[in-house]
Design a protein around this ligand. Sequence first.
Ligand code: GLN
Length: 187
Amino acid sequence: MNIAVLALQGAFVEHEARLKKLGISCAELRKKEDLACDFDALILPGGESTVQGKLLRDLNLYTPLKKRIDEGMPVLATCAGMILLAEHIAGGESPCFASVPMTVRRNAYGRQLGSFHRTAPFADLGDVPMTFIRAPYVEETGTGVEVLARVDGRIVAVRYRKQVALAFHPELDADERIYRLFLNSIV
Ligand code: GLN
C-alpha cells in the first residue's frame, strides 16, 4: 500500500510521520510528475485551503486528482483538506474538488476559539482527541454523507463513499484509531 500526501503547503510532514510509524509507505505530491508513482489513497493535509487550491491548479495537479477522487480513490482530508473536498463553502467562495456534498464554513469558530482541543465520540471508535486550528465545521450535509463526529452540536467529521473529512488534526494527537479506520478502508 502506498499513500500519496499532498505536499504543497501546510501540515503534510506530520501525516507522513504518522504513516511511517504505522509502517505504511507514502509519497509526496508536489508536482505533476509525482502522480506517476503508484498510489492507492490520498491525504489532504491542513494548511490554507485557498493557497492549496490555487497551487493545485497552477501545478496542474487539480484535474488528475479530481478524476481519481471522483472515481472512488480513498481520501483522508484534514481541516483545509476538508474545505477542498466540500461541494459548497458558506459565503460563496469557489469550491475545489467539490467531491463531498456538504457545505463547510471556514474559520468557523471565530478568533477567540482559533485553536482548541477536545475529546469527543467519533463513529464507533469511542472518545477521540481532536485538535482544532482555525477550523471549519460542516453546516449542511447532502444525501449519502455519514456524520462521524460532532463537537458542541457542530459536525466536525464526515464520510462520503471513500472520503473521510475531518475539521481537526489527527496527525497532532498520538491516537492512531482514525488512521487505522482510514487504512482499513483501502483495499
Ligand atoms: N483556516 C484554514 C483554511 O481555511 C484551515 C486551517 C487548518 O487547516 N488548520 O483554509
